[in-house]
Design a protein around this ligand. Structure first.
Ligand code: ATP
Ligand code: MG
Length: 783
């Protein structure tokens, strides 16, 4: 090779070298995690360019995420003096967008076409269904969306779908109408980007031939997770179908993948594309990479042993020259809360050992798990960043639920009013809302108070919304925070609404997680204690506010009870404050050294020095929906394989005896995956097979034993579980009791929360209204 190129090839092993320098032709690299697949792909592009075999414009490279595309461009830019922008490197969607921008006219789009994200798409479908008076009960918008997205993934237009039932016919008709609406408005959804590109290549010979000539080399990473349409798109670019048979062209395609890391079957990924590729593209070179450069052998052995339990595999080996390294540490906690505390402690130790925070990752199976971890990190003032999802309190469904709660607390909160006045949809249109806003403005009142000013049907709808809120406010008096939230979730129609959505299950999980958040806010943090205990100065220094918007309001009104009357915030108000505070910018800024939080799915292709895999429990990981059939279980195991192989130096696995999930306490047994790991690579930080009988103590007991600090590690186990019965309240109050207060007079106890120092009572004073009083301060006498 010419001299400059050889420096590119210096740090490659023989197999990698032969892959990078393959002659023209189609090839498949099938290799395990951390074997340098992505590195080979990037280096091959650089080598092709540097040896003059292709110009930058002749390259098409597909990555799985935008992040990976950016990284690849940055690396190429560093290796070569080349204009990386000239190269087509991106995700399938990104590349199709670029293609359609270049050929908008031929694609039948306006030059300014806009892209609809999933949320926009749903609103568009809803609008359409309303316009055509489609019964939303019978055809929920989310289902329609699902139907349309699925059809597009399979490359089908309405005319291609054979409707077998009356319902099917209706769905196809909606698909047709939706297409017309999008076309009229000049918008395309994600599926359309891909399908429209494919069709343009298929139907326009000159365009197809142009790109077939242009792209000399097509390189695709994470090939195991491509879907049917993506594979068909590739075939359009890299060959021709003659009399129904695919004939590969002059373009060289390099597909890179790992069947053991196929984890997107639920989104239409088809691992069979690999076998089809080898056959249809007449692959001449198949290369295996067996040397892992990422992980120490304890980690790698764990991954290898685990995945060997899958039957359906193409078969690969992985070895490493690095020594055993640290053992894989396994921790069993009594609660998810204790698990998070332990993790924070370990992170402190890792930081002392000189490991940067951005080299620590916490991986979990489902998004709902992140909240407890976020709270622990936040309380410990550890900057963190959540990937592939919004922070818990910023998620749309959570914001909707909080808006209902806020309106209960304060009917004049117009922002919350607007957020939910027509959510879930209740036939209140934009025009009615405008009308209401005008009326409110004219009368100088809140939206809530101005509804009577709007007449007609619109006014009636608005009034019934307001009535609903007012009734909810009445109904929630005297209820515990948990009960309030549960009632609101049901009666607002949010749960029902999300039940009909494609991604609704995840949202419902999150809503249920909100109940947990409230529960632990009350029981562990002595509701509002974190806010009380943390003076304003410290709040200012918390990661939330460090270096961020100086105008961001900091709560300067502590939640401590009024010294004279004992009056304090209601648990609901305190919780809402907590949520608002947490949803500030307590996520570390980009570039800041922060712990990385993400789902296992989002971690694909990434690597970190230290990885924590949390919640390794039956029903969670493997997920309960996947435990009944063998195929799904194998996908879960691949997911676990992906998780383990993200770690370079240290790997931690944890599971918890109890966990608040989906609004209830679960007593989980540890994941079967522990039985599938090599004992020699593990170190149990807590006694293995720790006896645990769910009846031995309740959830509250589990928490009680971890309360008040000392989350260190083994202390948690040293202290015996506390029995489930709550200690008898020392204040002697019961709800329904009549009491007397020096300032507010006589009243009725409606609810009690907390215990000891944190005990509070909700009391209805006929003269002064409903108040929350801190029992350690308020002087109450039974009457
Ligand atoms: P995954 O399956 O997780 O996507 P991968 O096969 O794409 O992994 P890479 O991310 O390309 O693997 O490489 C893993 C790590 O090993 C990277 O840090 C990479 O820089 C390093 N690496 C790869 N090949 C070599 C080599 N020959 N010498 C030294 N380090 C290497
Ligand atoms: Mg990779």
């Amino acid at each position: 090779h010419p001299a400059p190129a050889s420096s590119l090839l210096q740090n490659l092993n023989p197999e990698q070298l032969s892959a990078v320098t393959l002659p023209a032709g189609n090839a498949l690299i099938l290799a395990g995690a951390g074997s340098g697949k992505t590195r080979v792909l990037t280096t091959r592009i650089a080598w092709l360019l540097q040896t003059g075999q292709v110009s930058a414009g002749g390259i098409l490279a597909v990555t799985f995420t935008n992040k990976a595309a950016k990284e690849m461009m940055a690396r190429l830019g560093a290796m070569l003096p080349v204009n990386v922008r000239g190269m087509w490197i991106g995700t399938f969607h990104g590349l199709c967008n670029r293609f359609l921008r270049a050929h908008w006219k031929l694609a039948g789009l306006p030059s300014t076409f806009q892209i609809l994200d999933t949320q926009d798409q749903l609103s568009a479908i809803k609008r359409l269904m309303k316009q055509f008076n489609v019964d939303e009960e019978r055809f929920p918008a989310k289902q329609t969306q699902w139907f349309i997205a699925g059809a597009k993934e399979d490359g089908l237009r309405p005319r291609d779908i054979e409707a077998r039932s009356e319902d099917d016919r209706k769905k196809v008709e909606l698909y047709q109408l939706y297409e017309e609406q999008c076309q009229r408005e000049g918008v395309v959804d994600f599926g359309e980007l891909m399908l429209r590109s494919y069709e343009l290549l298929r139907d326009n010979d000159p365009v197809r031939e142009h790109y077939q000539r242009r792209f000399r080399h097509i390189l695709i990473d994470e090939f195991q997770d491509t879907n049917r349409l993506q594979y068909a798109w590739l075939k359009m670019l890299a060959g021709n179908t003659v009399e129904g048979r695919f004939v590969p062209g002059d373009t060289s395609v390099l597909a890179v993948g790992d069947d053991d890391q196929s984890i997107y079957a639920f989104r239409g990924a088809r691992v069979g594309n690999m076998a089809d590729f080898v056959r249809e593209f007449e692959v001449a070179h198949q290369i295996k990479l067996e040397q892992n450069y990422r992980s120490y052998s304890n980690i790698l052995d764990s991954a290898n042993t685990l995945i060997s339990h899958n039957k359906k595999r193409l078969g690969k080996n992985l070895r490493t020259d690095q020594g055993p390294g640290e053992p894989v540490r396994v921790y069993e906690s009594v609660s998810d809360f204790a698990e998070a505390q332990w993790m924070v402690e370990e992170m402190r130790q890792l930081a002392r050992d000189g490991i940067e925070r951005k080299e620590m990752a916490v991986l979990y199976r489902s998004n709902a798990q992140s909240r407890v971890i976020e709270t622990a990190l936040f309380n410990a003032a550890v900057p963190y960043r959540v990937y592939g999802g919004l922070r818990f309190f910023e998620r749309a469904e959570i914001k909707h639920a909080l808006a209902y709660l806020r309106l209960l607390e304060n009917k004049d909160d117009d922002t919350s009013f607007l957020r939910i006045v027509n959510f879930p949809p209740r036939g209140i249109g934009a025009r009615s809302i405008e009308q209401l806003q005008d009326a409110a403005r004219a009368a100088g009142r809140s939206l809530h108070d101005a509804v009577n000013a709007v007449g007609g049907k619109a006014g009636a709808n608005l009034s019934s919304f307001v009535a609903k809120i007012d009734v909810l406010r009445e109904q929630t008096q005297g209820l515990s925070l948990r009960e309030i939230i549960e009632l609101v979730l049901q009666h607002s129609g949010l749960i029902e609404h999300y039940r009909s959505e494609r991604e609704g299950a995840d949202r419902i999980e999150n809503l249920e997680e909100l109940v947990n958040a409230a529960e632990s806010f009350v029981t562990q943090e002595g509701f509002g204690r974190d806010a009380v205990a943390m003076p304003v100065d410290e709040l200012r220094q918390s990661p939330a506010s460090q270096g961020l918007d100086p105008n961001r309001p900091v709560i300067d009104e502590p939640l401590a009870p009024d010294a004279e009357t004992g009056e304090t915030m209601s648990p609901l108000a305190a919780f809402l404050t907590h949520a608002a505070l947490e949803s500030g910018d307590n996520q570390a800024q980009a570039g800041q050294d922060a712990v990385q939080l993400m789902t296992v799915h989002a971690a694909k292709g990434l690597e970190f020095d230290c990885v924590f895999i949390t919640g390794l429990e039956e029903g969670l990981f493997p997920h309960e929906n996947s435990m009944s059939d063998y195929e799904s279980l194998e996908e879960e195991r691949r997911l676990m394989y992906v998780a383990i192989t993200r770690a370079r130096q240290r790997l931690y696995l944890s599971h918890s005896q109890t966990r608040m999930l989906h609004g209830q306490t679960r007593y989980n047994t540890k994941s079967r995956f522990f039985e599938e790991l090599p004992e020699s690579a593990l170190k149990w930080l807590t006694p293995r097979n720790q006896g645990f009988t769910p009846s031995a103590f309740g959830y509250g007991g589990g928490y009680a034993s971890t309360r008040g600090g000392g989350y260190g590690s083994k202390e948690v186990f040293a202290s015996p579980p506390v029995p489930p019965q709550k200690a008898a309240p020392s204040h002697g109050l019961r709800s329904g009791m009549q009491v007397f207060h020096n300032k507010f007079g006589e009243g009725t106890v409606m609810a009690l929360e907390g215990s000891g120092e944190d005990a509070r009572a909700q009391i209805n004073f006929p003269r002064h209204g409903v108040k929350w009083l801190a029992l350690s301060v308020a002087k109450l006498t039974p009457v």
